[in-house]
Design a protein around this ligand. Structure first.
Ligand code: NAD
Ligand code: MN
Length: 356
């Protein structure tokens, strides 16, 4: 039997309502899988910042690094007016644990307008998110000017493209195992804007192409799309896409857009992945508009827990979880309000656990 120690970081708002659901689905996995879980409750977020002065306490990072195999992260609130000393703990965590990939599968289950089954693989450590900004007075006296560094490295571009290739191969293997699919073969689409940003995005494009030209990806079709035209095609022909790899900012935007195609942010999971460590995280935020009502859709978190397990090499457990979730959605009887239903978080979780 394998014991996995999982950090639980609910954060703020509905994070506190959905992370307990993530814990429960892991605890409900059949004993025959030989998997055991230990959980550690950890703090981060705006509430933590107000209580302790740190949005990401050192202890949270320490415990994750030294004791945990993986973690589930809920969501955190960011104040609209910036507060001195506060910055997003998830962005800091990604850096501190070198979780260099943000992996977001977007899949339609119910009667969506079009079948969608894609994964967006977003570089997670650099690009404009290095947050090296500065503001100065325009020399001609016309007011202020602000600028930001967009940093793209060969190392980060190469490893993210390699991960995209690996994911494409893994998805193909699952299809060959009999899973029904809308895709014929593995495809990786490299997204960039190198027609304008020839050095930064040019380096990303070139490096990604080279990484995907490796012999072990010989069965993977590779194409490229300029990011604006990518958005157009994503909205018109989402069924064409299998794995999309993008630098940080484009990946962020494309994945929220793709989430809209499947009906609700409450369905879309993500994983922040590094060497031997993964944090599952729903794509949505802390949803202050619905917090405290017990109606948050738990599925993004349940799928994030499954995705975390995939990256901890527990694909069988993940497959069982996905199947139970898909069955709940396909039946369509116990759906949360964001999907047009009336079920409470608790009822959705109970239905999925029963199917598991
Ligand atoms: P949000 O994702 O919290 O909410 C957007 C809309 O989607 C809201 O109407 C909300 O009710 C709905 N929604 C989101 N998740 C849902 C779920 N599981 N079930 C049902 N409905 C759901 O985005 P926002 O409103 O722009 O931001 C709210 C707060 O969350 C802000 O403070 C923002 O900074 C923060 N945020 C955090 C993260 C993160 O922690 N990774 C991501 C995005 C936003
Ligand atoms: Mn985002």
């Amino acid at each position: 039997a394998r014991t996995l120690r999982i950090g639980l970081i609910p954060g703020d708002g509905i994070g506190k309502e959905v992370i307990p659901a993530g814990r429960r689905i892991l605890e409900a996995l059949p004993a025959s899988l030989g998997l055991k879980f230990e959980f550690v409750d950890l703090k981060a977020g705006f509430e933590t910042f107000e209580q302790t002065g740190a949005a990401l306490p050192d202890k949270t990072v320490e415990v994750l690094k030294s004791e945990c195999d993986g973690a589930l992260f809920g969501a955190v609130s960011s104040p609209t007016t910036p507060r001195k000393g506060y910055s997003s703990p998830i962005v800091a965590l990604r850096k501190k644990l070198d979780l260099y990939a943000n992996v977001r599968p977007v899949k339609s289950v119910m009667t969506a307008a079009k079948p969608i089954d894609m994964v967006i693989v977003r570089e997670n450590t650099e690009d404009l998110y290095v947050k090296e900004e500065r503001t100065y007075d325009a020399p001609d006296g016309t007011g202020k000017v602000a600028e930001a560094i967009k940093r793209i490295s060969q190392r980060a571009s190469s490893r993210i493209a390699t991960m995209a290739g690996e994911i494409a191969l893994r998805r193909q293997k699952i299809r060959e195992g009999g899973a029904s699919s809308i895709h014929k073969g593995p495809l990786v689409t490299i997204t960039h804007k190198s027609n304008v940003l020839s050095q930064t995005d040019g380096l990303f494009r070139q490096t990604a192409k080279e990484a995907l030209a490796a012999a072990r990806f010989s069965s993977v079709a590779v194409e490229e799309q300029i990011v604006d035209s990518m958005v157009y095609k994503l909205f018109r022909q989402p069924e064409d896409y299998d794995v999309i790899v993008a630098p940080n900012l484009y990946g962020d935007i494309l994945s929220d857009g793709a989430a809209a195609l499947v009906g609700s942010l409450g369905l879309v999971p993500s994983a922040n992945v590094g060497e031997g460590f993964a944090i599952g995280e729903p794509c949505h935020g802390s949803a202050p508009d619905i917090m405290g009502q017990g109606i948050a859709n738990p599925i993004a978190t349940l799928r994030s827990a499954a995705l975390m397990l995939e990256f901890l090499n527990e694909e069988k457990a993940a497959a069982l979880m996905y199947a139970a979730i898909d069955a709940n959605l396909e039946e369509g009887r116990l759906l949360s309000p964001d999907l047009g239903g009336t079920a409470k978080t608790e009822e959705v979780v109970a239905d999925i656990l029963r199917r598991l």
